[in-house]
Design a protein around this ligand. Structure first.
Ligand code: F6R
Length: 248
C-alpha cells in the first residue's frame, strides 16, 4: 500500500484528478474495450470531480471510452431526489463531461428485486473485464462505501441496513430529520473493490486521522474495513497533512 501525503485538500484533489487522467490516457481503448472506473460520492471527491471537469474542458482528457461504476446508492429514493447518488453524480460530474449515459452504472435502489440488482451489478463489472481503477473515500469509522464496521472483508454488492451512527450523520442532508434518511442502501462489498486492478482512496481532514492510522499502521480488521486494502497489490491512499495527525 502506497501513501501519498499532500499539503491540503486542493492538492489531494489535483493529484487524484491527474492520476485518473493519466490512467485513462495511457489506456488503449478498442471497439469493445473501455477503461472501467469505480467512483465514490460524498464531500471528499468533489474537488477531484471539479479538476477532472477542468481537465476535460482543457482537452486533456476524454471520457468517451470510460465506463463508470458507482460504489453505492440509497434504497427507495427517487433518482432525481437531490440526495440520491444518481443526482449527485450527474449534477457534479457526468453532465459536465463527455461520458455516454449508456456507460454509466449506478446501482438502482428502486429495483423490484434488490439482491438481483446487486448480482447484476457485479456481473456487469466482470463482463467489462473488471474495474481498472476504483476510487473511494472513507468515513471517520474507516468505512469504505457502505461497508461499515463489522462488514465482511469478502463482501460483494448487496443490500445494507445502515447503522444508527450513519443515519445520524446523514440526517444533515435530510433537513436534520433522521426519519427521512433512507434506512438501506445498495453497496459494493469490500471484496468487490479488492478485485479491482487498482484502488485509490482519498482521505482528507483531521476527523479522518484515526481511521487513516487504523488503515495503515494497525493490522487488518473488519471493524475498520478500509484496512483490508493493506492486502491489495496496488492501492494508493492520497491524504492531506490534517489526516496524518494520528500517524506515529
Ligand atoms: C461514497 C461512499 C463513502 C464515502 C465516505 C466519506 O460513495 O461510499 O464511503 O466515501 O462516507 O464521505 P465524505 O467524503 O463525505 O467524508
Amino acid at each position: 500500500m502506497r501513501l501519498v501525503i499532500k499539503e491540503d485538500y486542493n492538492d489531494v484533489s489535483e493529484w487524484a484528478a491527474k492520476y485518473i487522467t493519466k490512467k485513462i490516457n495511457d489506456f488503449k481503448p478498442g471497439p469493445d474495450k473501455h477503461f472501467v472506473l469505480g467512483l465514490p460520492t460524498g464531500g471528499t471527491p468533489l474537488g477531484m470531480y471539479k479538476k477532472l471537469i477542468e481537465f476535460h474542458n482543457d482537452g486533456k482528457v476524454s471520457f468517451k471510452y470510460v465506463k463508470t461504476f458507482n460504489m453505492d446508492e440509497y434504497v427507495d429514493i427517487p433518482k432525481d431526489h437531490p440526495q440520491s447518488y444518481h443526482y449527485y453524480m450527474w449534477n457534479n460530474f457526468f453532465r459536465k463531461i463527455d461520458i455516454l449515459p449508456s456507460n454509466v452504472f449506478i446501482p438502482d435502489g428502486n429495483a423490484q428485486d434488490l439482491q438481483a440488482e446487486c448480482d447484476k451489478y457485479e456481473q456487469k463489472m466482470s463482463e467489462f473485464g473488471g474495474v481498472d481503477l476504483f476510487v473511494g473515500g472513507i468515513g471517520p469509522d474507516g468505512h469504505i462505501a457502505f461497508n461499515e464496521p463489522g462488514s465482511s472483508l469478502a463482501s460483494r454488492t448487496r443490500v445494507k441496513t445502515l447503522a444508527q451512527d450513519t443515519l445520524r450523520a446523514n440526517a444533515r442532508f435530510f433537513d436534520n430529520d433522521i426519519e427521512r434518511v433512507p434506512k438501506k442502501a445498495l453497496s459494493v462489498g469490500v471484496g468487490t473493490v479488492m478485485d479491482s486492478k487498482e484502488v485509490m482512496i482519498l482521505v482528507t481532514g483531521s476527523e479522518k486521522a484515526f481511521a487513516l492510522y487504523k488503515a495503515v499502521e494497525e493490522g487488518i480488521n473488519h471493524m475498520w474495513t478500509v484496512s483490508a486494502f493493506q492486502q491489495h497489490p496496488h492501492t494508493v491512499i492520497v491524504c492531506d497533512e490534517d489526516a496524518t495527525l494520528e500517524l506515529r
